[in-house]
Design a protein around this ligand. Structure first.
Ligand code: A2P
Length: 277
């Protein structure tokens, strides 16, 4: 496997430069796929209370035989558990399901501005970090205005914002805002959920130019942009292929060609209005 130098977070911790997304895997299949991903070389596993697969992720982690200290585990707080006390209880439940004492990164899954409790949850996150149960604290699907509010009310900046990000939805303004705040951006649905995006002419042309697959071109684009993509694949060959993006580079012309794909097209919810069920 080509080298995957870790990325540094603003709190001094480090994170692998590419991870494995587990949505929508569940049950025995999720456990088996997570074990396979770890054996293939993934060292960042991304789950969420909402995915209903934390137990399976924990099983896969133990079955892999890879030391806990070698794996970066992320989970997320679901909307129903926003609020200070509810967040502390929710974290305990997630850790118990995972079978872990602590997690490497805990994220508020969605801001849910209509409920207006994310700042209270954030205070609980800060406590969990102080207690050593969570190594790094971050957010997911937060717009700059939500991050600004956290900072104004608590003085604590998230170190990660995990958002929908792929060539169809390149999130330039959000990425620039994050860079200015020292926040590392993680990309969910980095392959645009594997749909038509993989067949765009620019992508197939670059795939041919570099002798790579369309997915590898897109994942390399993420690496060049500076985000951490977390592709999901349950297919052993595609899973391995998605890791092999650290031994080639895209040039400035390629990046300019890929930038033309941005249509501002979301596949998922808009954080300003999205309500988790
Ligand atoms: P599969 O699990 O059968 O490989 P995203 O991470 O953007 O949500 O994309 C996930 C989707 O993309 C899944 O449907 C996955 O299917 C597919 N996918 C993952 N890796 C590749 C790849 N290298 N080539 C084509 N499709 C892929």
């Amino acid at each position: 496997m080509a080298t995957q130098a870790p990325r540094e977070l603003d709190d001094g911790n480090s994170i692998p430069p590419l991870g494995f997304g587990t949505w929508p895997l569940k049950g025995d299949e999720a456990a088996r796929v997570v074990e396979m991903a770890l054996r293939a070389g993934y060292r960042l596993i991304d789950t969420a209370a909402r995915y209903d697969n934390e137990e399976a992720v924990g099983q896969g982690l133990r079955a892999s035989g890879i030391a806990r200290s070698e794996v970066f585990v992320t989970t997320k707080l679901r909307g129903a558990d926003h609020g200070y006390d509810a967040t502390l209880r929710a974290f305990d439940a997630s850790a118990r399901r995972l079978g872990l004492e602590s997690v490497d990164l805990y994220l508020i899954h969605w801001p849910l501005p209509g409920r207006d409790l994310y700042v209270d949850s954030w205070r609980a996150f800060v406590r969990l970090r102080e207690e050593g149960r969570v190594r790094s604290v971050g957010v997911s699907n937060f717009e700059p205005e939500h991050i600004q509010r956290l900072v104004m009310e608590t003085g604590v900046m998230p170190v990660v914002n995990q958002v929908e990000l792929h060539p169809d939805f390149a999130q330039q303004a959000l990425r620039e805002d994050a860079a200015a705040r020292g926040i590392l951006v993680e990309a969910w649905s980095p392959l645009g959920q594997g749909g038509d995006l993989l067949k765009r002419e620019v992508i197939t042309r670059l795939a041919k130019k570099y002798g790579r697959s369309p997915a590898q071109i897109i994942l390399r684009w993420h690496v060049e942009l500076g985000d951490v993509p977390i592709p999901k694949s349950q297919n052993p060959q595609r899973m391995r292929e998605n890791l092999e993006v650290f031994d080639f580079r895209l040039d400035a012309d390629d990046l300019a060609a890929l930038a033309t794909l941005d249509r501002g097209h979301r596949l998922g919810g808009d954080p300003k209005v999205y309500v988790e069920l």
